[in-house]
Design a protein around this ligand. Structure first.
Ligand SMILES: NC(=O)C1=CN([C@@H]2O[C@H](COP(=O)(O)OP(=O)(O)OC[C@H]3O[C@@H](n4cnc5c(N)ncnc54)[C@H](OP(=O)(O)O)[C@@H]3O)[C@@H](O)[C@H]2O)[C@@H](O)CC1
Ligand SMILES: Nc1ncnc2c1ncn2[C@@H]1O[C@H](COP(=O)(O)OP(=O)(O)O)[C@@H](O)[C@H]1O
Ligand SMILES: [K+]
Length: 509
């Protein structure tokens, strides 16, 4: 499913209108009726409903919704919260249809007159502003939103909670605080940002009949289980282990043997054909007891950490991963540089590898083979020098800029993980839950991603699939034997079996 900015949404509407002959009034009718259908299961016959209608096309949707619900026998008061002369075009046409249908339209002039209606409502439908919002809310919308947020009622928003920016990078706003949002046609970027997502509440998307074949491509896509099922490489019956990737994974230290162990086991559970673990010699016995299927390359160490003096023979491998549990020893950086320069296949860098990478950004830029970086926002802030708050407010733009400047694939982790290819194409993975907010989840993700990368030519698909597999495993596990509190990273590794079994079953979708 595409994810759009306001600008991209306007372009889609325009293309629909110009290429098919469908007109704005038809789209509005379709949007309003689809939204009413979507909201109907959330409201009850006896509920007093208030529909708040603004000046633009979002308000136009509101006229259609109010009319549809009234026609279906619901108790609805429709309130136009802007002066008559503000309403024009398609919205005006739908106001006429509303009034010609025999329904009463209330008009806002003073707060004292309006508040009793608001306060008797059990359900508030917000059709004041959508993607056309600019700047902070003006009067009287600012006050109406404030009162609506204070009033105890079910708050439902149409397309976008009023006042919320559709895009990223805006932090100065007041907005309707919705319990649920019916999104028109495509989720907007702000659905996926930490500071704006809570205003949407739960949400779903309704389609309004835009011509799918004619729509301009947006390179931002919500990757789902259905996409995973369609793009996962199939394991053919006559395959052998050499066909599924021969990888080397470097990392681990005396203090963090579990990181590399879990990453390695996750890579094997994700289908890797042959895996070598390159790690500090002293921890091989403890790692091998957890990952019996791997082979080992013992590396020189100092104070329990790899020094980088003896490095694995990279030419033997199809790809490499480095960083999990590596430690921040200065000399470990030598191994990262060696990997950057000598690895002749795809290379994944995570955790402490990213820390070392900061001083080697030129070498990163010069590498022409696929490189994957998997930072969480803190690591990305360290790499870029941009404060974490700013990263969280503009993760799509900053990821795209970095991926393009250094020619890398970037997996920016979080509750919504954003995966970016060097050409700017982006995917969002929404799976997973707060059970993953625990040390070690990232190591397991690296293992899954590495396994997927070794088995697919298409790195972007491999990463998108790996993220959904990792998050879905956590989702399965908390529905069944675990909870968000007790879930461990090692549970995820074992839970991968169930996810792969489910996802490789023939898709009914
Ligand atoms: N064909 C289509 O396009 C379709 C569009 N659809 C729907 O239309 C929505 C987009 O409609 P839109 O472009 O008319 O913008 P919208 O969100 O209603 O806001 C515009 C109004 O807001 C006002 N305003 C702005 N900022 C403000 C502020 N800070 N404080 C106060 N007021 C402010 C601004 O007022 P002005 O600045 O002009 O005084 C203007 O009047 C979209 O989200 C979807 O729901 C669907 O029906 C499908 C077909
Ligand atoms: N609240 C959450 N909801 C969904 N996924 C989450 C949440 N918190 C963390 N994750 C996921 O868990 C993983 C954590 O990775 P990371 O921060 O590197 O952890 P660590 O280094 O401790 O292993 C990432 O895949 C991230 O997307
Ligand atoms: K709205």
């Amino acid at each position: 499913m595409d994810i759009v900015t306001a600008q991209e949404m306007y372009e889609r509407d325009q293309v629909a209108i110009e290429s098919t002959g469908i007109d704005g009034k038809m789209l509005m009718e379709s949007a309003g009726r689809s939204a009413a259908d979507d909201l109907e299961p959330r409201i009850k016959r006896e509920d007093q409903i208030i529909v708040l209608i603004g000046a633009g096309n979002n308000g136009g949707d509101g006229f259609v919704i109010a009319r549809t619900l009234l026609n279906r026998g619901y108790k609805v008061e429709a309130w136009q919260v802007v002066p008559d002369e503000k309403i024009s075009g398609d919205a005006e046409a739908h106001r006429n249809i509303f009034e010609n249908s025999g329904f009463e339209l209330k008009k806002f002039s003073r707060m004292e007159e309006f508040l009793p209606s608001l306060y008797q409502a059990a359900v508030i439908i917000d059709a004041m502003l959508g993607i056309g919002v600019e700047g902070r809310l003006r009067s009287p919308l600012a006050e109406i939103v404030e009162k609506a947020n204070e009033h105890e009622a079910l708050r439902l928003a149409i397309d976008l909670p009023t006042g919320l920016p559709a895009g990223e990078g805006v932090h100065d706003f007041d907005a309707f605080n919705a319990d649920y949002t019916t999104i028109i046609e495509a989720p907007k970027v702000s659905v996926f940002l930490q500071h704006t997502t809570p205003y949407y509440g739960e949400w779903s998307v309704v389609e309004i009949g835009l011509p799918v074949k004619k729509l301009p491509e947006v390179k931002r896509y919500l990757w789902s289980v259905k996409d995973v099922k369609q793009t996962m490489p199939k394991r053919v019956s006559h395959s052998h282990k050499g066909k599924h990737g021969k990888g080397v994974m470097a990392g681990g230290s005396y203090y963090m043997p579990g990181s590399i162990a879990m990453a390695a086991r996750a890579a094997l559970r994700s289908g890797t054909g042959l895996l070598t673990i390159a790690t500090a010699e002293s921890i091989i016995p403890s790692v091998t007891s957890y990952v019996q299927e791997a082979t080992f390359s013992g590396l020189a160490e100092k104070e329990g950490m790899i020094t980088g003096q003896a490095t694995p023979e990279l030419s033997k491998y199809d790809g490499a991963a480095i960083g999990m549990g590596l430690g921040r020893h200065e000399e470990a950086g030598g191994l990262v540089l060696h990997m950057l320069q000598e690895c002749k296949g795809p290379l994944l860098i995570d955790a402490d590898g990213l820390y070392a990478l900061k001083s080697m950004l030129n070498a990163l830029k010069n590498r022409s083979l696929p490189t994957v970086l998997t930072p969480h926002p803190g690591e990305f802030a360290y790499l870029t020098g941009v404060p974490i708050q700013e990263i969280l407010q503009s993760p799509f733009r900053l990821s795209r800029e970095f991926a393009s400047a250094y020619g890398v694939h970037l997996v920016l982790k979080g509750p919504y993980t954003i995966i970016t290819a060097p050409d700017g194409e982006q995917r969002v993975d929404m799976t997973g839950n707060a059970g993953l907010a625990k040390g070690g989840s990232g190591d397991v993700l690296s293992g899954v991603l590495f396994g997927m990368m070794l088995q697919s030519e298409n790195i972007l698909n491999a990463l998108s699939n790996g993220c959904v597999i990792h998050g879905s495993t956590a989702d399965f596990l908390i529905q069944e034997e675990h909870s968000k509190t007790d879930l461990l990273a090692s549970d995820l590794v074992e839970g991968l079996s169930r996810t792969f079994r489910t996802f490789s079953a023939p898709s009914k979708a």
